[in-house]
Design a protein around this ligand. Sequence first.
Ligand code: NI
Length: 153
Amino acid sequence: MRQTDMELTRKTLKFSFADGKLTRLFSAQKKMTMEKFNLKEKFELFSDHWKPKVVAALNQQEVKLVKLQGEFPWHYHEREDEMFLVWQGNMRIEFRDHIVHLGPGDALVVPQGIEHRSAADEECQVLVFEPAGTRNTGNIEDEQFTALQTPRI
Ligand code: NI
C-alpha cells in the first residue's frame, strides 16, 4: 500500500468511527436495504395507472412497479435501455414495425433510442428496470402521462 493510500484509509476510518451519527446513518440505511419486500403487497399499495413507484434502487438503477391500462404515448429514451417484466396481466410493447405481446413472467429490454409505446387492454402489473431518474415518457413531455415524481413505496 502506498503511503498516500494508507493515509487516506486512516482518514476515512477515523472519520466514520469518530462520527457516531454517520455510522448510525450507514447502519440504518443498510438495515432498510436488507429488509425484504413482497411484490404482491407492494402492488396492492396503489391503484393509479401509468404512475411508476420505486421499490428498490441498486447500482444506479431503479426497480419500479407500474399498473398499465390503455395506451401510452410514443417515445424513446435517448440514453437508457429499459426492461419490462410482467407480473400480472397482459400487455403489448409496440414498435413502429412490430408488436411484442407479454404475459406474466415475460420480459423485454427496449434498447435506448428505439421508439416504443406500451399498451394494455385490461390492467397489467409490470416491473420496470432502468437507470435512476429515467423519465417515463423519455423524449416527450405529456401532461397526462409524464410522471413528475416517482415516489418510493
Ligand atoms: Ni419507455
